[in-house]
Design a protein around this ligand. Structure first.
Ligand code: SF4
Ligand code: SF4
Length: 408
């Protein structure tokens, strides 16, 4: 099948599924523009029990800023139908830009947004956050509303979250609820949410560096291995329960430029990393921050994949060789408790990654500013308590202090 035939097939499948879904009142019914020679979405998937049909590569917007409506429109024209945002992304700019760009297209897209909660957050505070998101997004409902960046079970078990979710659903302001997570206690929080049947969708950090069985194959000659053995298990559990699974942080730090010299076979590292994630049948779709037309085209080049292709393994291996020793796996959280001053090491290193890997200092600083405790204590610490606390051999003591200087 040629590329154009595949595109036509995908469009037919989408329209057929769209017609069925429209009858059920669950699916977007848009007729997508053709894409000429540029990449386009080739596969649409059903997002678990929500019944929502979404593109397998979705629009992440954590770095979307005022004036960038063209990025949203470009992705939409390429067939992207799921747009992920949050109240906290770029101080609300991200939601506003998506709202502007998708005005008049609301019934043809799925919009997901999030609010950050603490165990003590009240229903009224959550409702007020939702109202703000609705205003910025210029819509009267959000398809999937996430409890954002959950890193403790107490955030999910807060009865106010459930009272809020029920009320917002009853009022038609949200259709489905979810949990997003990329830091400590991720597996524990997912297990809890699945066992208690609390979520329709999860958004989780997941990449080839987090599956120990696969990562060990890449790093046989290295002296470090991933320790996230339960993440594949818990994703499978989510699938069994009918929960929609979307992944983020798929690129293990996204040092794309490091990999350009090695991308000689027509495929790119990013595409290989997406194919790896999408080859897991327990994952429905990936979300990725789309920051330029060229990157959107590159990312959509992996749409339709359900397996690695020739050359992918070597690209992933090369990436692991270059970056494995400096990439914090965030959710592994093996270093929790190592710092006597309470520095949240995984969160500090995640925000550092936005600056050093994503090259987005403004975003990194805004995320760092939201941490309840930062790494200021590192300035007067010997570094001895955390020096050997990382099970991936990262020198935490050499990373957290400079991260504070960079981001505070
Ligand atoms: S260097 Fe920083 S993170 Fe490490 S123990 Fe000291 S204060 Fe904690
Ligand atoms: S610093 Fe090391 S132990 Fe701590 S979360 Fe990151 S990878 Fe895991």
């Amino acid at each position: 099948m040629t590329r154009n035939e595949k595109g036509a097939f995908a469009r037919r499948s989408f329209l057929q599924a769209g017609a069925a879904g429209a009858a059920a009142g669950l699916l977007p019914t848009r007729s997508r523009a053709t894409a000429g020679k540029r990449a386009e979405v080739k596969r649409y998937v059903v997002l678990g029990r929500t019944g929502l049909e979404i593109s397998d590569i979705t629009f992440g917007s954590s770095r979307l800023r005022t004036g960038e409506e063209d990025l949203v429109a470009y992705a939409y024209d390429r067939g992207v139908t799921y747009f992920d945002t949050a109240e906290g992304y770029t101080g609300g700019q991200s939601e506003s830009v998506i709202g502007n760009a998708l005005l008049g297209k609301r019934d043809q897209v799925v919009i997901a947004s999030k609010t950050s909660t603490r165990p003590s957050t009240t229903r009224d505070e959550m409702m007020s956050a939702l109202e703000g998101s609705l205003r910025r997004l210029r819509t009267d409902y959000i398809d999937v509303f996430f409890n954002h960046a959950v890193n403790s079970v107490a955030q999910m078990s807060n009865p106010e979250w459930h009272a809020f979710a029920e009320q917002a659903k009853r009022q038609g302001k949200i259709r489905f609820t979810g949990m997003s997570g990329h830091a400590g206690h991720l597996v524990e929080c997912l297990d809890y949410a699945f066992d208690e049947d609390m979520v329709d969708v999860v958004l989780v950090a997941y990449n080839f560096g987090q599956d120990p069985k696969f990562y060990e194959r890449l790093t046989q000659s290295f002296d470090f291995v991933a320790t996230q053995p339960d993440l594949p298990r818990v994703l499978e559990k989510g699938k069994r329960k009918g929960v929609g699974v979307v992944t983020m942080k798929n690129l293990m730090g996204a040092r794309l430029n490091d990999m350009r010299p090695f991308e000689t076979g027509g495929a790119t590292f990013a595409q290989a990393a997406f194919r790896w994630v999408l080859s897991n049948a327990n994952v429905d779709a990936v979300t990725i921050s789309m920051t330029s037309h060229a990157l959107i085209d590159e990312y959509l080049g992996a749409s339709g994949a359900t397996a690695l292709v020739h050359g992918d393994f070597e690209l992933l291996k090369q990436y692991a060789r270059l970056n494995g020793a400096s990439y914090c796996r965030h959710a592994c959280n093996d270093c929790e408790g190592a710092c006597p001053y309470g520095v949240p090491i995984a969160d500090v290193l995640r925000t550092r990654m936005y600056a050093t890997h994503y090259k987005d200092l403004e975003f990194a600083r805004s995320e760092y500013a939201q941490l309840a405790v930062n790494a200021a204590a590192c300035a007067s610490c010997s570094g001895q308590p955390c020096r050997e606390a990382c099970t991936h051999d990262l020198r935490i003591d050499q990373l957290c202090g400079p991260a504070h200087s960079l981001l505070a």
